[in-house]
Write a protein that binds this ligand. Structure first.
Ligand code: NAI
Ligand code: MG
Length: 362
C-alpha cells in the first residue's frame, strides 16, 4: 500500500459502537502483523447524529467520508427514532444518501457456512456438507427499482401501475467486470442470473456479460435463469462461487443465500463504486434488544472490515488472515450467545474480538 489509508468509522446506534470497537481491535492486530497503517476517524451517523446534529447524515460526516478511502459502517436506528417520518428514519436518511453520493453500484453479500456451524443451516446436512461459500454480487443503483417511467394511472378495473426494468450497456458492463475481477480472488467461477427467456433487458444483460467474460478467459462463466437458480441454491449450493445479479433478482437471492447459512449475525456486506471506494457493514441492524449488554456478536462487523481490506485496499493476505482467524475462533468453540449451542458457555462481544485478534497476532 503506497500511503496510509483513511477509514471513516461510522459506528451508529445500538450495538453499532460495541461491535465496531472489536472490528477496529482486529484491524489493528492485522496492521501490526502485516505492516500496513490505517488512520481511523470517527463521526456520528443515524439516530445519534439526529440527536446531536439534527440529521442522520450531517454534512461533517459526509465530508469525513469524502476525505476517506473507505467507510466502515456499524448499524443505525432504534425505537427512539421510529416516530420520525419515513424519509427521516436513520436507515433511509443515512444509508441511501451515502449509496447515492458515492455511486456504490456494486453490492457484495458473502454467504458462508463455517464448518463448525453447519448445524445452524436450515438445509439438510448432506446438502450443507462441511459448509459452503457463495458471494452474491448485486447491481444496486439501477434496474427495475430505479427505471422510469413508473407510476399509476386510470381508475376502476382499468387502473394500472407500472415499473420499468432498464439497464444500459455501461451499467451491465461495470458490474460484470467487478464480478469477474472478484471471482479471480476466489474459485474463478461466475454464474450470471437473468430471465433472458422473457425479459428484453435480460437479453442485453446476458449478451454484455458474455462479451465482458472474453477479457477473463481464466474465469468460468455460466448463465442461469433466476427461477432455476433459486432451486439450484437449495439443491446444491456447492456448485456456486460468485452469483452475478441485477438489482431485483440480487435483492431476493442475497436474502435466500443469507438464510441458507442460518447465522444472520455472521453476515458481512460491502457496497463499492468504480474506484473501489466502499461502504462496509454487517447485514444486521442495531439490535436494540441487546444493545449495551456486551453480548452482541461482532463477527459480521469484523468480516466487513476484512472485506474493506480486500476490496478497497487490495490487502488480500490480511483479509484472508482475518477470515481464517474468525473461522479458527469459531472452530475452537469461542461463540457469542446467538450462535452458542450452550448459552452458559457463551462469551461476550469483547472476548470474541480478543480471541480473533490474538489469533491474528499468533
Ligand atoms: P436487527 O438485525 O437489529 O435485530 C434482529 C434480531 O437479531 C434481534 O433479536 C437482535 O438481537 C439480533 N441481532 C442482530 N445483530 C446481532 C448481532 N450482531 N449479535 C447478536 N444478535 C444480533 O433487526 P431489527 O430488530 O429489525 O431492527 C432493529 C433496528 O435496526 C431498527 O431500527 C432497524 O431500522 C435498524 N436496522 C438497521 C440496519 C442498518 O443499519 N443497516 C439494518 C437493519 C435494521
Ligand atoms: Mg432484501
Amino acid at each position: 500500500m503506497d500511503r496510509e489509508k483513511k477509514v471513516a468509522v461510522l459506528a451508529g446506534d445500538g450495538i453499532g459502537p460495541e461491535i465496531m470497537a472489536e472490528a477496529v481491535k482486529v484491524l489493528k492486530a492485522a496492521e501490526a502483523a502485516f505492516g500496513f497503517r490505517l488512520k481511523y476517524e470517527y463521526a456520528d451517523v443515524g439516530g445519534c447524529a439526529i440527536d446531536c446534529h439534527g440529521h442522520a447524515l450531517p454534512p461533517e460526516t459526509l465530508a469525513l467520508c469524502e476525505a476517506s478511502d473507505a467507510i466502515l459502517f456499524g448499524a443505525v436506528g432504534g425505537p427512539k427514532w421510529e416516530c420520525l417520518p419515513p424519509d427521516q428514519q436513520p436507515e433511509r436518511a443515512a444509508l441511501l444518501p451515502l449509496r447515492k453520493h458515492f455511486d456504490l453500484f456494486c453490492n457484495l453479500r458473502p454467504s458462508r457456512v463455517f464448518p463448525a456451524l453447519v448445524e445452524a443451516s436450515p438445509l439438510r446436512p448432506d446438502i450443507v456438507g462441511d459448509g459452503f461459500d457463495i458471494l452474491c454480487i448485486r447491481e444496486l443503483t439501477s434496474g427495475i427499482y430505479f427505471g422510469r417511467p413508473k407510476g399509476r394511472e386510470g381508475q376502476g378495473a382499468d387502473e394500472r401501475a407500472f415499473d420499468t426494468m432498464s439497464y444500459t450497456r455501461r451499467e451491465i458492463e461495470r458490474i460484470a467486470r467487478k464480478a469477474f475481477e472478484i471471482a479471480r480472488l476466489r474459485r474463478k467461477k461466475v454464474t450470471s442470473i437473468d430471465k433472458a427467456n422473457v425479459l428484453t433487458t435480460m437479453v442485453l444483460w446476458r449478451q454484455v456479460v458474455t462479451e465482458v467474460s472474453r477479457d477473463y478467459p481464466d474465469v468460468q462463466l455460466n448463465h442461469m435463469y433466476i427461477d432455476n437458480a433459486s432451486m439450484q441454491l437449495i439443491r446444491d449450493p456447492h456448485q456456486f462461487d460468485v452469483l452475478l445479479c441485477g438489482n431485483m433478482f440480487g435483492d431476493i437471492l442475497s436474502d435466500q443465500c443469507a438464510m441458507m447459512t442460518g447465522s444472520m449475525g455472521l453476515l458481512a456486506s460491502a457496497s463499492i463504486n468504480e474506484s473501489n471506494f466502499g461502504l462496509y457493514e454487517p447485514a444486521g441492524g442495531s439490535a436494540p434488544d441487546i444493545a449495551g449488554k456486551g453480548i452482541a456478536n461482532p463477527i459480521a462487523q469484523i468480516l466487513s472490515a476484512a472485506m474493506m481490506l480486500r476490496h478497497s485496499f487490495g490487502l488480500e493476505a490480511a483479509a484472508l488472515a482475518i477470515e481464517r482467524a474468525v473461522e479458527e475462533t469459531i472452530a475452537a468453540g469461542v461463540l457469542t450467545r446467538d450462535i452458542a449451542r450452550d448459552p452458559r458457555k457463551a462469551v461476550g462481544t469483547a472476548q470474541m474480538g480478543d480471541a480473533v485478534a490474538s489469533r491474528i497476532r499468533a
